[in-house]
Design a protein around this ligand. Structure first.
Ligand code: ZN
Length: 174
């Protein structure tokens, strides 16, 4: 089964990303390792938590999402897009890869990171999926990390989600 990262629901672009479950786990892990270090504002931390919720542990092949449904704020959209692009750049510079028990495949990951760059660059204020974002906030329980100061995994230093640590849950980790 595959997972998809698209621009917007129902809209297909040549930059849509389709990955196997294993590849998705690695993709999200390397973004988490890079982004946790760079996230400075609450909103940037929320963006990272939302991304890390694409965790294989919540059900194989069910972690597809679209870029316009990430919890963007209109007031800081440009700033937060620039942040996300730095996160991807950090992943390409192998930030935190020493914390992984395996060597991710650049050959397979980097073309998808480049697609993610293009998908994020395209997001405008008009594209933000308010409905899905509202729902995401509503579904967060009181004990959700986004409501509790953004705790991090002690072992990997990445933001926790309601599903735990995406790196601990990565099937390639022992
Ligand atoms: Zn961990």
């Amino acid at each position: 089964m595959s997972n998809f990262i698209d621009f917007k629901r129902g809209e297909h672009t040549c930059d849509d990303i389709g990955m196997s479950n294993g590849m998705t786990a690695v993709f999200i892990s390397i973004l988490a390792l890079s982004g946790t270090k760079l996230a400075a504002t609450e909103n940037q931390k929320r963006l990272m938590v939302r991304l890390c919720e694409a965790d294989q542990i919540c059900g194989i092949g069910t972690v597809s999402f679209d870029v316009c449904s990430l919890p963007w704020e209109r007031e800081t959209l440009e700033e937060d897009k620039a942040f996300m692009l730095r996160v991807i750049e950090g992943a390409k510079n192998k930030t935190g890869w020493e914390k992984l028990d395996y060597e991710p495949s650049e050959e397979r990951l980097f073309p998808n990171l480049d697609k993610l760059i293009r998908l994020i660059e395209r997001v405008t204020a008009a594209d933000i999926d308010d409905e899905k974002i509202k729902k995401w906030y509503e579904l967060a329980e009181a004990d959700d990390p986004i409501n509790n100061g953004f705790p991090k995994c002690e072992k990997h230093g990445v933001f926790l989600t309601c599903l735990g640590c995406v790196v601990c849950n990565d099937p390639y980790m022992q």
